[in-house]
Design a protein around this ligand. Structure first.
Ligand code: MOS
Length: 750
């Protein structure tokens, strides 16, 4: 096989490159799902239940239907039946997504406040909204449960969690024996508020039918998954369903699941025989697209005097919906973080009147590692061991759960480089000793970890090379701000031996080669593997054609000796020609290749995760209860970095989101009404520029030959993990007080 010289490849992958979608997004040229308006487009609005539990006793729609421009009122009384049971659809990683088991308006039952009970369609958005306000909906209410305090007594241990993916209990060794041999035992209890995804672009879909074919413009992380779900629910063959998601305005994981609205938009479009646009409002985002559940985690650590862990007991209590045993997997990665022989993890759930919680950026890892890493900090204080040294002492070279070797790790280097760059070793461990004016100043650190998920099916891409020397790389995957579009350009360029500026990326369309949804930080790994495979096949095809051509200077050359750089195929000390020359001579306008990459199977004999170390410095104003993060440093070992700019941005965004998790983000339930009390961006606090400290991201390059052809482990979520714990540990160092609950509010600090 031909090759691309190392320097030529390195000039493409690894370097910083702007996002493929950047210019279109910042200039307003990008078209989002709700910005497509085929002729005759009409508007649907959803009406949410006004009670948290009970049933709809009647819907009087007479006035609404008389209202100007109104085309239809749909509800459980007239919505056509689904062609498949939603909970059986494998829309995310081979299983049904959280919340997907419930599809609204199939019967009169109300499971949670805000649950869609009617959909009004009219010629304009305003008229649809007005008509929705004219509906008279009767309810029979029942008692509801929405908070930890109300549900604690009814908790049960689920057999399996997360749509059946994971067992409800995990463990190894003997925790009681481990605690008995410990010299120190710390136990902490953490209450964490519910969090909501708040991407700038809310969920939305525009659907239209043409000759029995359905097109849906959907704001999704997984166009292929949306196609599968909509096709099954409507009983339309997937070959007749096209899902387009070219511009997606963020997600935080809320668009990983396939919610009801693309299907509802398609149903409404069929009903009124016109294209339908359905936009989920900001307020509806708090009940329509998942959330991170309110939760309580209790963790007990046992350790010897030197810091060696002897036992970890980690229990979690959280609400789930009336119809799913779901909880974010908070105990899995903490169980795999340290070389501790005895571990016990137990999930407890109770049924609550909320929508099923869902994946939210670093789902489970962020909350579980907050508990573990703040408990580790407490243990370090009690033993008088430096927090970095405590972690190094418990470093694991193999995955403690499976016993398998890590595909690559790099964590020791993350701790060491991080400690050096942050100036950690100069720190006086005694809390409350450093001040800056009236600010108490402290520093803290924590470990970061996020698993490497592999797609369970082949990942495909197509690369086309035009005779002018430019190329196009195509996959169905969504670019929702991750940088995967730029990565596609770079990877295709590196494998073809051309410049990334010469490559265009096309994505976000099920007409393009099938890939997995961009979830679980697996996008860059899966997509780069597919594009690399396709572009390599195309290069090989070009070289084979050249060496077989009597008119080519490469005629008769051994393909293995042919190198490609700058769009030119050549042999060292010999002749060569460009792709362009070859294609033109052969009367070819273009050439293309499809690449298909089979991810390693789960029995491939290794464990894989991205590791990192987080450091934070905070100032605390004890009079005002303010916590200001002064600087953050994250050092990560994500395998190969394909794009220094987008990878850094992903990690920086994750760390800032960890800041939100630590200090600001909380959705508060009003237990009387069973409604979220602050369902708006005015009252759901997110970090803004004024909250953002200096955030430094550094990489430790750990070569990984196991996970995929380019050794990419993923950076999408690990930046969040450990960030909140580093901040909380810094607050303790500043004040001498431990704040165990999230977020750490002004009221708590006062
Ligand atoms: Mo991510 S929370 O897996 O979309």
């Amino acid at each position: 096989m031909s090759t691309v010289p190392q320097e030529a490849r390195a000039a493409q992958t690894g370097r910083p490159m702007d996002r493929a979608d950047a210019r279109a997004k910042v200039t307003g040229a990008a078209r989002y799902a709700a910005e497509y308006a085929p002729p005759g487009t009409v508007h649907a609005v959803l009406v949410g239940a006004g009670i948290a539990a009970g049933e709809v006793t009647g819907i009087d729609d007479r006035e609404a239907l008389r209202s100007e421009g109104v085309l239809a009122v749909l509800s459980h009384l007239n919505l056509p039946p689904l062609a498949a049971e939603p909970h059986l659809l494998p829309s995310i990683a081979g299983a049904s997504a959280s919340g997907q088991s419930f599809f609204p308006m199939r019967d009169a039952r109300v499971h949670y406040a805000g649950q869609p009970v009617a959909m009004v369609v009219a010629d304009t958005l305003e008229r649809a909204g007005h008509a929705a306000s004219l509906l008279r909906i009767g309810y029979r209410g029942e008692p509801h449960v929405t908070t930890l305090e109300e549900g604690r007594e009814r908790a049960y241990e689920p057999d399996r969690i997360l749509a059946g993916f994971l067992p409800g209990r995990l463990g190894r060794g003997d925790v009681e024996a481990g605690l008995a041999e410990a010299d120190a035992v710390v136990e902490t209890v953490h209450r964490m508020a519910a969090n909501h995804h708040n991407p700038i672009e809310t969920a939305a879909a525009t659907a239209y039918w043409e000759d029995g074919r359905l097109t849906v413009h959907d704001s999704t992380q997984g166009p292929t998954a949306t196609r599968l779900t909509v096709s099954e629910l409507l009983g339309v063959p997937p070959s007749r369903v096209r899902v387009v998601a070219t511009a997606v305005g963020g997600s935080f994981g809320s668009k990983a699941m396939i919610w009801a609205h693309p299907t509802l938009a398609a149903m409404a479009a069929r009903h009124v025989r016109a294209p339908v646009r359905l936009v989920v409002t900001r307020e509806q985002m708090f009940t329509a697209c998942g959330h991170r559940e309110e939760q309580e985690q209790r963790i007990t650590l046992g350790a010897r005097r030197d810091g060696t862990l002897t036992a970890i007991r980690h229990h979690k209590l959280s609400p789930t919906s009336p119809f799913d045993d779901w909880t974010e997997p908070s105990l899995e990665m903490p169980a795999r973080m340290y070389a501790c022989p005895n571990h016990e993890g137990v999930y407890r759930l109770f049924r609550a009147n909320t929508m099923t919680p869902a994946f939210m950026r670093a789902p489970g890892e962020a909350s579980g590692m907050f508990a573990l890493e703040t408990a580790m900090d407490k243990l370090a204080s009690e033993l008088g061991v430096d927090p970095v040294d405590l972690r190094l002492r418990n470093h694991c070279d193999t995955d403690p759960v499976s016993g398998l070797p890590w595909s690559s790790k790099g964590l020791r280097e993350c701790y060491e480089h991080g400690a050096q760059m942050f100036g950690w070793r100069d720190r006086d461990p005694v809390p409350g000793t450093r001040t800056d004016g009236h600010w108490l100043v402290g520093t803290g650190m924590a470990s970061a970890v996020y698993p490497v998920y592999q797609a369970m099916n082949p990942q495909r891409a197509r690369v086309r090379l035009h005779a002018d020397g430019r190329a196009v790389a195509e996959t169905a995957c969504a670019e929702f701000g991750t940088g995967v579009g730029a990565v596609m350009r770079q990877v295709a360029a590196a494998a073809l031996g051309i410049d990334a500026e010469q490559v265009e990326a096309r994505y976000g369309d099920t007409d393009l080669p099938t890939t997995v949804a961009a979830v679980g930080s697996a996008g860059a790994g899966a997509i780069s593997s597919a594009v690399h495979t396709a572009a390599t096949a195309l290069r090989e095809q070009m070289v084979e054609r050249a060496v077989a051509d009597p008119d080519s200077p490469l005629h008769g050359a051994d393909p293995a000796r042919v190198e490609v750089a700058g769009g030119r195929m050549f042999v060292r000390d010999g002749g060569g020609e460009s792709y362009t020359e070859l294609l033109r001579r052969h009367m070819m306008f273009d050439a293309e290749a499809l690449g298909s990459w089979d991810p390693p199977r789960s029995d491939a004999g290794f464990a894989a995760a991205t590791f990192g170390a987080q450091f934070a410095e905070v100032g605390v104003d004890p009079d005002l209860g303010l916590v200001r993060v002064r600087r953050m440093l994250g050092v990560f070992a994500p395998g190969r970095v394909l794009n220094a700019k987008t990878a850094r941005s992903q990690l920086m965004g994750g760390m800032l989101w960890g800041l939100g998790h630590a200090l600001l983000e909380a959705t508060r339930m009003d237990p009387d009404s069973g409604r979220w009390a602050n369902a708006s961006m005015g009252e759901y606090l997110l970090p803004v520029n004024a909250d953002a400290p200096e955030v430094r991201v550094e990489f430790v390059e750990a070569e990984d030959r196991m996970v995929n052809p380019l050794g990419v482990k993923g950076v999408g979520e690990v930046g969040v993990v450990g960030a909140a714990a580093a901040i909380a540990n810094a607050v303790h160092h500043a004040t001498g007080r431990r704040f165990r609950d999230l977020p750490i509010t002004v009221e708590a600090v006062l």
